[in-house]
Write a protein that binds this ligand. Structure first.
Ligand SMILES: [Cu+2]
Length: 96
């Protein structure tokens, strides 16, 4: 019983720990939001894991609700990854 509780607490701590849960955060500026297509254009900084330099490009979003939190001109921090071959915003940082 106590062991189960400790295991549950450890699991929560693991998820909540930014150092472990967080991937590479990228800084960017929103240029265009296309809700109909589920896409956003971002002028982004370098993304090491995708071997990308700074550029302006179109991203898909993992969750359409993310588009409601972005508007042109916003400075955001986000995480991007390749999902089914498409470069996708997988997470928005705090304050985005
Ligand atoms: Cu890019």
């Amino acid at each position: 019983m106590l062991k189960d509780i400790l295991a549950a607490i450890a699991a929560v701590a693991l998820v909540a720990s930014p150092a472990l849960a967080q991937g590479e955060m990228v800084k960017g500026e929103v240029r265009k939001v296309d809700k109909a297509a589920g896409k956003v254009t971002i002028k982004h900084g370098p993304i090491k894991k995708l071997d990308m330099d700074s550029m302006t490009m179109v991203f898909r979003v993992a969750d359409p609700a993310m588009l409601d939190k972005m508007k042109p001109g916003d400075n955001i921090e986000f995480e991007a990854d390749r999902v089914n071959g498409a470069i996708t915003v997988t997470r928005l940082g705090k304050g985005s």
